[in-house]
Design a protein around this ligand. Structure first.
Ligand code: RRO
Length: 314
């Protein structure tokens, strides 16, 4: 008989039976998508990032699966804030507290508007503010503008006292980790989720000599295996710099139990699966859970806390 291991995780008092969730944006735009994640082996669900108004997003083809991951320039297609707000409230009344509401305003004013509505609503779950969409034409990723992030967090925490996480873009220089962590540490942020896709990559089909996606001349966010080392570095880098009470979600390059194991070693409390969930669908949560449990049994770990954040260095 196998020893039982626990996949139990927790963020700010909200408990998740399994640490695996979808990444915002992947198969989570409709009520049907969201419910199929919620009723799968996943520990919870994140909604597609909502804008104030419904959006069709960018022109197609806008996503391409690749041997080592994916490139996308979806452009924030979503059903609008009211749709996702209604969904999370309904899920909450049905007893689900493991639903994360992701919002991504097209401006700081839009972020504030949606967060004010959430503050005034009965929603009591986790809210994830996406500061890192790389694909809205003409709009920079807020997460790369440190002064704008500081200003926005200052405005938000004048009125917002629910549990707020931040979805960040990948950073590449340690001074960026230092600067962003110093800003975030001034505020009662619940968690940081690293990373969003690596913005503005370019994938080319050399046979046709053409970019593989249409929007923005082919520029788009990279996910999957391309992203994993950068994701691990961001989870580790922020875990080392953030106040201990600010928790971490690890996202980027997860397609196996070993990938999850590595994210947790870097300090992730929960993890989210993007590209690989896009290609495999909900059975991935069961497969990866099994793989992680086998690894934990092999290594003699019973709980995620036994190895969380315990990466060794040479
Ligand atoms: O919709 C998108 O193009 C998109 C978003 Br909002 C995001 O946060 N990350 C991404 O890779 N694509």
């Amino acid at each position: 008989m196998q020893t039982k291991v626990s996949m139990q995780a927790e963020i700010a008092g909200i408990s998740f039976d399994n640490l695996l969730l979808n990444a915002a944006g992947i198969r989570c735009s409709t009520v049907q998508d969201l419910n199929s994640i919620l009723t799968s082996e996943a520990g919870g669900v994140v909604t597609k990032s909502a804008t104030v108004e419904e959006r069709a997003g960018n022109e197609s083809p806008r996503m391409r699966a690749l041997p080592l991951g994916s490139i996308n320039s979806m452009g924030l297609p979503n059903h609008g804030f009211d749709y996702y707000m209604a969904y999370v409230l309904k899920a909450q009344s049905a007893g689900y507290n493991n639903v994360i509401l992701s919002v991504a305003g097209l401006s700081p004013a839009d972020d504030l508007l949606m967060l004010r509505e959430i503050q005034q609503s009965g929603f009591d779950g986790l809210v994830e503010l996406n500061l890192s969409c790389p694909n809205v034409k003409g709009k920079p990723q807020v997460g790369y503008d440190f002064a704008a992030v500081e200003q926005l967090l200052g405005e938000i925490f004048k009125f917002f006292d629910k549990r707020l996480g931040l979805k960040l873009p990948p950073y590449f220089d340690l001074t960026q980790f230092d600067e962003m962590a110093a800003i975030i540490n001034q505020y009662p942020v619940t968690y940081v989720n690293s990373i969003n896709s690596i913005g503005n990559g370019l994938v080319i089909d050399p046979v046709t000599e053409t970019a593989v996606i249409k929007p923005k001349g082919g520029f788009g966010g990279l996910g999957g295996e391309y992203a994993k080392p950068t994701a691990l570095a961001n989870v580790r880098g922020f875990r080392q710099r953030l106040k201990p009470e600010i928790q971490m979600i690890g996202t980027g390059g997860i397609k196996s139990g070993m990938d999850v194991f590595e994210h947790v070693l870097c300090g992730a409390d929960l993890v989210q699966i993007g590209t690989a969930f896009g290609s495999e669908g909900t059975p991935i949560f069961d497969r990866i859970s099994q793989e992680l449990q086998d690894i934990m049994i092999e290594k003699g770990y019973r709980r995620l806390a036994d190895f969380r954040g315990k990466l060794k260095t040479l």
